[in-house]
Design a protein around this ligand. Sequence first.
Ligand code: MN
Length: 319
Amino acid sequence: MSQSLNIKQQALAEASSYAARGNQAGLKNALVKGLDNGVTVNEFKEILVQVYAYCGFPRSLNALNTLMQTVEERGNKDELGKLPNPMPKGNAVEYGTKNQTKLVGSEVKGALFEFAPAIDTYLKSHLFGDIFARDNVDWQTRELATVAMLASRKGVENQLNAHIAIAKHNGLTDEQIDEILEIASHTGNDDLLFGFGKENTAYAKYFTGKSYLQPITATNGVPMFNVTFEPKCRNNWHIHHKGGQILLVTQGRGWYQEWGKEPRELKPGDVVNIPAETKHWHGAAKDSWFTHIAVEVPSDGGSTEWLEAVADEEYNKLK
Ligand code: MN
């Protein structure tokens, strides 16, 4: 069954992602959207407290401060919502272990937890005990928030993949997960080094999906453009005649392919040297915004020849 996120879930994912990135202006917009659409103050409080487990106390404290200020600015009129029921009786490690097993769908163990038992104890007692035992936010919502937080951080792919599986185990659909990843990727556009720019309408006919263009240098003989692609957006097959092109990847996940060759996955820091006279395309992955700087290699009488679109059938094979 395919099902997209409702507006409350969108606002919670956006807030989680902005909080993880430490972007207070973006967080405030997400909080306002959520509060206007039925997310309660206590639901946001729970999620922003949970931020500390995945992003540390500083991010959580700053986010909670933004929530406090936002609620004050709105005249303290927003619905507070439910508080959690009293915590379960007994030992936090015990009920945390039960929660963890139920949440994940099987007992969690491994060499790392034998190597460093303290972290296993903290995960069980504190994260899955103290935090997940607070029952005024359901586990599906907590997992939605966790996926959004982890997808907004670098170097936590293992944990992100684990929580995507846990989120599915708790009822989120593939389509909803893709939407959370897309939201978490989009929040990064606010921090683009060279700006987001304007919708690329002039070349829209050579693109599938929307792209955004920010000229960096347009007039000094080495034209450079910051190009941002929405998820699934890519340009048509094309050829740079005489001068080639260099792509400097700055944000998100995307693809580059030369005619007759395997597609190459792109991530920030990757550099693509596109020789002149080479048929190719570039664009975003299906679940990620993607930004590169396109440097046009100067040449005498260079031009770009635009060809057919990349077939959905081919594009949809990419992960
Ligand atoms: Mn190109």
